[in-house]
Design a protein around this ligand. Structure first.
Ligand SMILES: [Zn+2]
Length: 348
């Protein structure tokens, strides 16, 4: 909170003298302040408490342009504070869908057979059949692969903040639900599995999403979570230059933080460090952390997918897999993947 006030005063003094604090609201246990600026100048921001423990004592952890990361002094969480309101509400993803989530390069990559290879392997290990809800399903790549490969085993449903991405998923034959996940009147205790692939890092209140997932899951239902690993080799080597430290990511998870989130409603069945993209590390090192546009992100994703599918690179892929497994074994791979089992009725 102190950091936010200092930041707000600084903006008022240096660049936006008419700006003012307009609104203070309570958001569950989180205190949120909305900082409104003049139209056309800078986005509105909100300040928040720690998304894990709910407290407000933090210290600066990292800065990158307008992005300020803070480290909670009461728990292992690192998070962005303040954050632009359009990212906090999900409105940004509705607007950004056209130029990123639905760009030809991103769609080709997301619908490539190899794209969700690791996620599918982990999912099938624990969930052989049942009803599946993919939260933040985007254009539907994961559910599409699940139905394509194991169609008879699963009844699937996708939901996302991005309307255009959901429309695309529907066009590929996938059932979807529009609107905020937290507001959806889905029957409690009705799903065998709920997936959050690369979603929790984008949310203002990730704990509420896990709580709601727990309610919608059957008593022994499973929750699958994939988030960027804030203790990865890439983060340690690149720091603020790493492209995945950017405004769309509001939360930065370590093993300890993800375990603490999960422990409120779930028991942890497996937690592993997975994925490694040396091309990203190389590019971000060379470009010294300049802003990477959405089209550039999509192009690199497609290039990476192409390399993974190239049979001529099979010998190199063996080395690559060994490298990824070694990094994963010491918690240095790019992401954290968790498999959680529901504990219904457990208090938050
Ligand atoms: Zn905290």
């Amino acid at each position: 909170m102190l950091l936010f006030c200092r930041w707000a005063k600084n903006i008022q003094r240096n660049s936006n003298p008419n700006a003012a604090l307009r609104l203070a609201v309570c958001f569950a246990s989180t205190v949120v302040l909305v900082y409104k600026s003049r139209p056309g100048m800078t986005p509105e921001f909100i300040s928040r408490n720690c998304p894990l423990c709910g407290r407000g004592n933090s210290e600066p952890a990292l800065e990158k342009g307008a992005l300020h990361l803070v480290r909670c002094l009461q728990c292992p969480m690192v998070y962005a504070n303040p954050v632009p309101t359009d990212l906090a509400s999900g409105e940004y993803y509705d607007r950004a869908a056209a130029d990123y989530y639905l760009s030809p390069a991103k769609l080709r990559s997301d619908y490539a057979d190899i794209r969700f290879e690791r996620e599918l392997r982990l999912f099938r290990k624990y969930c052989a059949r049942g009803t599946v809800l993919d939260v933040g399903c985007s254009s539907g790549g994961f559910l599409y692969q699940l139905k394509k490969r194991f169609g008879d085993c699963y009844d699937v449903l996708g939901t996302d903040a991005s309307g255009p991405a959901l429309a695309y998923a529907e066009s590929r034959g996938l059932p979807v639900r529009r609107g905020s996940f937290l507001d959806q009147a889905l029957p409690h205790g009705s799903f065998d599995a709920i997936t959050f692939w690369a979603v929790l890092e984008h949310l203002l209140e990730p704990a509420r999403f896990l709580q709601h997932a727990s309610r919608l899951l059957k008593p022994t239902g499973l929750c699958f979570v994939l988030v960027p690993n804030f203790e990865s080799l890439a983060t340690r080597v690149l720091g603020a230059r790493y492209r995945y430290i950017y405004p769309q990511h509001l939360n930065y998870f370590t093993r300890a933080a993800l375990t603490a989130f999960a422990g409120r409603r779930f028991s942890m069945l497996e937690l592993r460090s997975t994925h490694f993209n040396p091309l990203v590390v190389w590019q971000d090192w060379r470009h010294r952390g300049r802003n990477v546009s959405n089209p550039e992100r999509a192009a690199l994703l497609e290039r990476t997918t192409g390399l993974k599918q190239n049979p001529a690179l099979r010998p190199i892929k063996v080395l690559y897999r060994l490298c990824e497994m070694s990094l994963g074994a010491v918690n240095l791979a790019d992401n954290l993947a968790a498999v959680l089992i529901n504990r219904p009725g457990h208090s938050p």
